[in-house]
Design a protein around this ligand. Structure first.
Ligand code: MG
Length: 231
């Protein structure tokens, strides 16, 4: 994958699931060009009643319509249309990032119907930053930043996801630079060792005019260092 082939999007969803169905509540999405979108689904009371204790305690309090602000609420088809408009306004084809992406991707896919109904030119897979971090050595290796916004609020979660993505990129760049530095030190040490050996065997020819050596001649006044004294 070439990073620059895509316009990157970081998204998060909040939902109710009972082991059989996934009922979407909200979606937050952040584009690499700085645009953001946050939408909440209209859901009827029968569906909302399926929420488990975790969702009631951790997700419901952050839904804007439950706090008297219905401005983000949309019907399902409106969310579908606004998502397409938002994502397709990106410069290149989209690549979607999520955190524990499986359920979020299910919500994304079902916004359009089933998996095969995803908009044209959208990938049929999400990038799961959590899985990639595990693959790269685990959360401890990267000392991820803590969340600044509200956890379980889809837009704040999407922003945090991007912050973690940026941090991961920064850490990888740092590790790469450290490796380059280490390689450079090894190379410098090798060059110094070769120079020392050459100087043990050869002396520069210094011309009468000017300080620059014009050549080298092999030492004849000294024994070549024995194997045991070589670096
Ligand atoms: Mg969330």
């Amino acid at each position: 994958m070439n990073d620059s082939d895509y316009t990157h999007y970081w998204f998060d969803t909040e939902f109710i699931e009972d082991g059989t169905v996934v009922i979407p509540l909200s979606i937050g999405i952040v584009c690499e060009d700085g645009r953001e979108l946050y939408l909440e689904w209209y859901q009827d009371d029968l569906k909302l009643a399926k929420a488990n204790e975790f969702v009631v305690a951790n997700v419901f309090p952050h839904l804007r319509w439950k706090n008297g602000d219905p401005s983000a609420q949309r019907w399902h088809y409106e969310i579908r249309n606004e998502l397409i408009e938002f994502v397709n306004a990106g410069a290149k084809r989209p690549l979607f990032w999520a955190w524990y992406a499986t359920y979020d991707w299910m919500v994304m896919c079902q916004t359009f119907g089933n998996m095969t109904d995803l908009p044209q030119n959208w990938p049929m897979f999400p990038m799961d930053l959590r899985a990639i971090i595990e693959w790269e050595g685990g959360k401890r290796r990267f000392a991820l930043p803590s969340q600044e916004g509200t956890a379980h609020e889809a837009l704040d979660d999407a922003r945090h996801l991007k912050a973690m993505y940026d941090h991961l990129g920064y850490m990888r760049k740092l590790e790469f630079e450290r490796k380059v530095d280490a390689d450079l030190r090894t190379s410098n040490a090798l060059v110094a060792s070769i120079e020392k050996r050459v100087h043990a065997l050869y002396v520069p020819v210094v011309p009468t005019a000017g300080p620059t050596p014009s050549g080298w001649y092999r030492r004849t006044d000294e024994q070549e260092p024995s194997q045991s004294t070589q670096e």
